[in-house]
Design a protein around this ligand. Structure first.
Ligand code: FOL
Length: 189
């Protein structure tokens, strides 16, 4: 899972992100695109999202380039969007099972929103939460689910860099007048 959440665990309002954080969006883009060195050049990662998150991505940015865009929806029809980088599944479980067996897909990133995060956080397949914590209160109408401390623990910065595959700024950062931090939670086996 990859997400950005405010102090009050908000992730969105009016089908938009509550903040503008260029450096975090760039981190999201690099991280979700990155293919680990040993992998061949025909694979890409999957960005798995709910229908509302899909609709929240600005038209000029969707489908997210160099990633397989996976939308979970029971109402969208395959015919509605014809793009090689786009697939629809009717459930998160079905998507995970199917994509795990695909040689064309490397990592699976669950990118939201609330409903899909909530399902993913209870799925044993979901091991990491790459969380950007925005240290500010925001009025929001959608929220990240509670991270049960018995199920997930914060890991070290070294492990974060290993998982992300690049050097990551450590500690509180400032962008656009907001403090935020790149964190990694790992499922406790
Ligand atoms: N994770 C993190 N760390 N920050 C986020 O803002 C975030 N947002 C989502 C999921 N995980 C996140 C869901 N919302 C785009 C827009 C909204 C969105 C996710 C992605 C998007 O347009 N991304 C483009 C880059 C856009 C830009 O440069 O402004 C991309 O190619 O990834």
């Amino acid at each position: 899972m990859i997400a950005a959440a405010s102090l009050n665990w908000g992730i969105g309002i009016n089908n938009k992100l509550p903040w503008k954080l260029k450096s975090d969006m760039a981190y999201f883009e690099r991280t979700s695109k990155r293919i680990l060195p040993i992998e061949d050049n025909k694979v890409q990662n999957a960005a798995i999202m709910g229908r509302k998150t899909w609709e929240s991505i600005p038209l000029k940015f969707r489908p997210l380039q160099n990633r397989l865009n996976v939308v979970i929806s029971k109402s969208l029809k395959k015919e509605e969007i014809i793009d090689a980088n786009f697939v629809i599944y009717s459930s998160l479980d079905e998507a995970i099972t199917d994509l795990s067996n695909s040689s064309k897909v490397s990592r699976l990133f669950v990118i939201g929103g609330s409903q899909i995060y909530k399902e993913a956080i209870t799925s044993p397949n979901c091991v990491y939460i790459l969380l950007t914590r925005v240290y500010k209160f925001f009025e929001c109408d959608t929220f990240f689910p509670e991270i049960n401390e018995k199920m997930f623990s914060l890991t070290t910065h070294e492990e974060l860099e290993e998982v992300v595959g690049e050097q990551v700024p450590k500690g509180r950062q400032v962008d656009n007048g907001m403090e935020y931090e790149f964190l990694l939670y790992k499922r406790i086996i």
